[in-house]
Write a protein that binds this ligand. Structure first.
Ligand code: NAD
Length: 277
């Protein structure tokens, strides 16, 4: 399963996805966005920042929890259209339908954020089952490909595609071999697609977060080594993990006209961790 039960209590309470101090300035006025994994964590932070900047936002999510409804409620509270679509991005058929649903509901699509991912901890390569390995590939990299391929016919000049990669794509992680592999593969897709779409005026970039307080960390680490959750920020020069709201503005930058000369790039948001590549 993708989310292990009973780990919520390991979470730092009251994760903030957007601060009242964040004043939108219409950077995404009239734009229409689709964010996978937009119900929770970093994806929800991106969704709420986009809405405050004037975009209608659809989110794709896996599990039937109250998170998706709450995210839509918060998007609508910004005076924008919100839409939640349940399904699994590892299915190309679902991805096609989800994109069509967004285009029908919003009348177009300008911003696509490929953010949904699974992460399983395994300290030894021989513990990684075929299924576990395949699930990482299916969700993290195939999902990015399926959603993006389905979206492309709808994207016009000025559109922006963004992937959520990770520090692990660059630094590696001995406990997250399969996950880190997919995060590095996302970078390959991002850079190559950026080149392919440059003549169409469509930009493709990635955000690479360091450790961030979201349900992903306790869900993957919680039952293996809860101390790792408590220590989430230890490897960060700033001495702490990030909050979801600290990621949102990076997505706004890459989605908006503030970054018209930026494509094929990675924006590292990680409290000072030094990365190669
Ligand atoms: P999260 O668990 O809060 O949110 C991820 C969401 O993805 C889930 O709520 C779920 O609805 C969705 N999802 C998962 N599998 C799916 C599937 N098969 N189909 C559709 N939706 C699916 O996690 P998060 O930490 O906000 O992660 C968001 C992104 O950030 C991921 O790509 C992750 O790799 C990346 N990231 C997170 C961290 C961190 O420390 N939290 C660090 C680096 C990168």
């Amino acid at each position: 399963q993708d989310h292990q039960p009973g780990v919520e209590k390991l979470m730092k309470p009251l994760a903030v996805h957007i601060r009242p101090e964040y004043r939108g300035s219409g950077k995404l006025e009239g734009r229409k966005a689709l964010i996978t994994g937009g119900d929770s964590g970093i994806g929800r932070a991106a969704a709420l920042h986009f809405a405050r900047e004037g975009a209608d936002v659809a989110i794709v999510y896996l599990d039937e929890t109250e998170d998706a409804d709450e995210t839509v409620r918060l998007i609508e509270a910004e005076g924008r259209k919100g839409l939640a679509i349940a399904g699994d991005v590892s299915s190309s058929g679902f991805c096609r339908k989800a994109v069509e649903q967004v285009v029908q509901a919003f009348g177009g699509l300008d911003i696509v954020v490929n953010n949904a991912s699974v992460q399983y901890v395994s300290m030894d390569l021989t513990d990684i089952s075929d299924e576990m390995w395949q699930r990482h590939m299916d969700v993290n990299i195939n999902g990015y490909f399926y959603i993006t391929r389905a979206a492309l016919p709808h994207l016009k000049k000025g559109a922006s595609i963004i992937a959520t990669s990770s520090i692990n794509a660059f630094a590696g992680n001995d406990a997250l071999v399969a996950y880190s592999t997919t995060k590095a593969a996302e970078m390959g897709l991002t850079r190559s697609l950026a080149l392919q779409l440059v003549d169409k005026g469509i930009r493709v970039n990635a955000v690479a977060p360091g450790p961030v307080w979201t349900p992903l960390q306790p869900a993957s680490w919680g039952l293996v080594d809860p101390q790792k959750v408590a220590d989430l920020g230890k490897s960060v020069p700033m001495g702490r993990a990030g909050e979801p709201w600290e990621l949102g503005p990076a997505y706004v930058y890459l989605a908006s006209e503030d970054s018209t000369f930026v494509t094929g790039q990675t924006l590292h948001v990680n409290g000072g961790m030094i990365v190669n590549g």
